[in-house]
Design a protein around this ligand. Sequence first.
Ligand code: NAP
Length: 285
Amino acid sequence: MSATLIDGKALSERLRGEIAARAAALTAAGRQPGLAVILVGDDAASAVYVRNKVKACADGGFHSVLEQYPASLTQAELLARVAALNADPRIHGILVQMPLPPHLDALQVIEAIAPAKDVDGFSVHSAGQLLTGLPGLRPATPFGCMKLIESTGVALRGKHAVVVGRSNTVGKPMALLLLQANATVTVCHSGTPDLGLHTRPADIVVVATGRRRTLTADMVKPGAVIIDVGINRGDDGKLCGDVDFGPVREALSPGGFITPVPGGVGPMTITMLLANTLQAAEAAA
Ligand code: NAP
């Protein structure tokens, strides 16, 4: 029997139902949760992501604002928009879609967002809260990965978790969340000479490299939980993750859990963005 699929779409739908119910309660009290998304330039992929986020907001009963600007927007103009949204009481979460055009300073923009409205959880303030174990807004993708792992029923305490990738938005916060859940955590990256040496004994492996077949069947043990964050295109043009899905799924048996791509981590990312916006709105109320 091959490993069990972790259905991110189903989990995401269930969580969105709960989020919508809490959002409706806030709205009834005159405090509808609100998310503002800023998109600068004409990156096609970013436009799709932003559309999906705004639609998810509408479906969840949130107030949402999409501000679209040409790539010629200046840093000062962008900072002025962030300041206006910081002061807007109808907006509880502000998201500036990355990547920004190269002439704009992304870090300065992220730092300009009021900490209470940093629903992407990318600011130094939010990262510090995560590092020190304080409550706060967690980056949506690793936060969603934690929910996916939780959904398997596998307890993290005392388990060996390996994170492959160390970006500020996925790998590092993922490692900190796993550590906070009392797993023993190893972080691997492009300088790790023998990745399999670390992943083979691991109980949980989260792969976020953006490279197809980073994790192959000879690099996992039966019964492990595999979370595939990657988004790539296969030779057939279809979407695929960083994990060699079919063979790895077989190698995990007996037992074991694995997320598919698409339908695993992806749907959870937007859901956790809504969860963060709701959390920010509840805190403001
Ligand atoms: P990133 O910033 O490019 O980071 C990639 C990380 O992987 C780096 O730390 C890099 O190491 C490491 N790496 C690269 N090749 C490796 C290898 N062969 N072995 C071990 N480590 C390796 O990417 P990211 O933003 O974290 O995103 C990773 C993937 O997740 C991408 O495909 C992205 O599209 C996807 N993603 C998906 C979602 C979603 O919602 N599903 C959300 C965010 C990201 P170094 O640090 O040494 O360079």
